[in-house]
Design a protein. Sequence first.
Length: 314
Amino acid sequence: MLTRRSALAYLLCAATSVGWYPALAQDANAPTKVRVATVISSAWLPLWVAKDKGIFLEKGLDVDIMTVQNNSTTIGALGRQLDISAATTIDIVKAAAGGLDVVGISGNTIETTANQQMRLIAGKDSGITSIDQLRGKTVGTPTINGVVHIATMLAIKRAGVDPKEVRFLEMTFPNMADQLRAKRVDAVEAVEPFVSALRQAGHIELGDPMLKVADPVTLTCWMANGEWARANRDAIKRWAKALDEAKSFIDANDDEARQILAKWTKLPDKVIESIVLPTYSTTLTAQDVSVWIDATREAGQLKRSLNASDLVLN
């Protein structure tokens, strides 16, 4: 796995890159080369299944996978060192707000009432039992203005609390339990499998802010440079079909799918067995992005007018 420093150094060398070029194979009979970046999370299991089970190759795609620490570091490399990157809809919205040509090419996971991957969780000794009690408190977040954070700010605002009255502190998911235990934060924005561990430790659930955006709502997706995506529509169709087949494999072969998850994440067997896998879906529409544009604006983090149809490959 690349370290954060080496990943950033690799990705930011875009300035010396020869520039954009389509990922078309020179030999018509050879598979299309696709360079992909992702983070370590059960959300991306279909990618690893499609790779390990040869599904991508069956679809004429030679997929190279690079692991990074944060999806947001990959945007500048799209169309240069990378073709496709793991993303959230907020990554796409923020890139577009910054004037970058980035589009969503397929969905990956959705949040639903039936399968909730995110929770806002208060420390068991904090005395907090509802979101409206977070005024003046400190909340741990994986990424300021990331998808989980935007959802939390929206939920806080709708509970009658100005998000500016809450202090947010960035931290990694694995560190959240220690930060709650040490009372350095009063609550945290957590996702599975950390939600289950925090619940077992006796901490207090304050609900799933993600469902304030929509139900169901797109949580993670795949993005690409817009110019590259428009030049490689056929490869992207085959990409989505491969991920759909990988989803079917996961549904039918839970044990083997979890073995693949263990291989790529290096997580302990106990954790792998306990993970509640997310709901996978390659569907991504303009409406799926539009609800996040609205949520970001309502949370006070977006001023620019954006057209959701321009942010999804049609």
